[in-house]
Design a protein around this ligand. Structure first.
Ligand SMILES: C[S@@+](CC[C@H](N)C(=O)[O-])C[C@H]1O[C@@H](n2cnc3c(N)ncnc32)[C@H](O)[C@@H]1O
Length: 286
């Protein structure tokens, strides 16, 4: 798993987190993000980050390592399909003529509509696409896949262990499960302090997913950590809400921005950015 220094990384950052805890003490949970604004603010967040490109390259390399034959992929929590359409386009181009099956699942109808529209723009006879508006546990999937992937969706499931087992059941023997999930590092320390609980549980991070693999007796083939950076100094309030996974109240923004500043590091252009690494777990259906 990611070999990242524990956060907060400085006394100043720790002080800002304590100040946020103090501001929230004796208050109820902040409101969560509504599905329509979640998808819009997520897209704005991604525009300030290099992470999606890193994930796309990493997963495309993994797909290439699976060979040149027909392939089927299930993307759980596909969102608006921005990432999946890149992966599907790469498969169609590389496998020239071989069948590619690509299925998305997401509980938010607006996102599934966008997923379908993006995939429809890749019109080729070899590509067959389906999407289900459903939570993973309720999706009517009656086929098996070469790859099942969760990109930033494992945070939200009720039970990580049960989800991993169900995902493995949807793979053909030898098929691969890939789970991309953030560690609870600098950025997500804010989620821990500010995000409301989700249907009775907190958001799950890498350590929770690793534990669920171990507890479930599921061998992990490898874990790759992709070191991404996001430019939150230029982010609007809605993007900060997405980053902390809560609708912030006006008195919180100043301290959140001060915390983000304190945990920022210089990017290659010298501009300060917030580290937001992602761990990609890979396991094979035996
Ligand atoms: C951060 S977005 C990631 C979207 C996409 N995979 C990407 O990387 O751009 C998380 C997605 O997971 C979806 N989601 C939340 N709970 C889910 C569940 N129980 N089953 C499937 N998807 C879920 C959300 O609706 C959202 O679209």
């Amino acid at each position: 798993m990611s070999n990242i220094a524990p956060y907060p990384s400085s006394d100043a950052a720790a002080g800002f987190l304590d100040a946020l805890r103090a501001l929230r003490r004796d208050s109820g949970p902040l409101p969560g993000l509504a599905p329509d604004s979640y998808a819009r603010d997520h897209a704005a967040f991604e525009r300030l980050s290099d992470q999606r490109g890193l994930i796309a390259e990493h997963l495309a390399a993994r797909l290439a390592a699976m060979g040149d034959g027909p392939i089927s992929v299930l993307s759980v929590g596909c969102g608006d399909g921005s990432l999946d359409v890149r992966l599907a386009a790469g498969l169609v181009e590389r496998l020239s003529g071989e069948p590619v099956r690509y299925v998305g699942i997401d509980p938010w109808p607006g996102s599934v509509e966008l997923f379908n529209a993006r995939m429809a723009a890749l019109t080729t006879a070899e590509l067959s696409v389906d999407a289900h508006v459903a939570s993973f546990g309720d999706a009517p999937v009656d086929e098996t896949f070469d790859v099942v992937l969760f990109v930033h969706s494992m945070y939200y499931v009720a039970d990580v262990g049960a989800t991993l087992r169900s995902a493995l059941d949807l793979l053909r023997p030898g098929g691969e499960l890939w789970v991309a999930v953030a560690p609870s590092a600098a950025l997500n320390a804010l989620v821990g302090v500010l995000a409301p609980p989700l249907e009775g549980h907190r958001q799950w991070f890498s350590a929770d997913v690793e534990k669920a693999f171990v507890d479930g007796g599921i061998a992990v083939d490898d874990v790759a950590t992709l070191a991404a950076l996001v430019d939150l100094a230029s982010a609007g309030d809605e993007v900060l809400d997405f980053a902390v996974q809560a609708r912030l109240t006006p008195e919180l923004y100043g301290t959140v921005r001060a915390y983000l500043d304190a945990v920022s590091v210089p990017g290659t252009d010298g501009r300060l950015r917030v580290p937001h690494p992602v761990d990609v777990f890979a396991a094979t259906r035996r």
